[in-house]
Design a protein around this ligand. Structure first.
Ligand code: FE2
Ligand code: FE2
Length: 153
């Protein structure tokens, strides 16, 4: 699968998790919080390590800087979500904020960043999309470890 299609599929997977959240019983939400954190940190790791550096050659630098800032905002909210995942009221308000940030970010990416990358040769990313997803799962484990470290129980 083309890397851009992988990224768009991950956006749809993230939306599906937020949708699942709305129907999930309370006892599943701590686990769903972890799943959201894993899914979104894997996706951000791929973009920050392999996609955004290449995107800088076809998209304005400030646009990419802003996207990185939004990733920072998501990371903060995910860290907050992990911290409050056993608190029914606080996790709902955190997930609502997170969903708003993620939805806006994905819309902007799909409108302004990803279409321009489609025109690039697959070799521009250095690795195949399978290899990227594999290496990113190591990056995700490290990112999750940092999230857990920054979120004492
Ligand atoms: Fe992104
Ligand atoms: Fe994305």
């Amino acid at each position: 699968m083309n890397l851009i299609d992988v990224l768009i599929q991950q956006h749809r997977d993230a939306e599906a998790l937020f949708e699942a959240w709305r129907h999930a019983p309370d006892e599943e939400k701590p686990e769903l919080s972890l799943l959201l954190a894993e899914t979104l940190t894997l996706h951000s790791a791929i973009e920050e390590r392999w996609v955004y550096p290449v995107a800088r050659s076809v998209v304005d630098g400030p646009r990419i800087d802003f996207a990185v800032e939004e990733h920072g905002e998501m990371t903060q909210l995910l860290s907050e979500l992990l911290r409050v995942r056993h608190d029914a009221r606080r996790r709902e308000s955190t997930v609502r904020q997170l969903e708003a940030v993620v939805a806006q970010h994905m819309t902007e990416e799909e409108r302004e960043v990803l279409p321009r990358l489609r025109k690039m040769d697959a070799s521009a990313f250095g690795l195949s999309s399978d290899e990227i997803v594999r290496s990113a799962s190591d990056a995700r484990k490290e990112a999750m470890r940092q999230l857990e470290v920054s979120t004492p129980p």
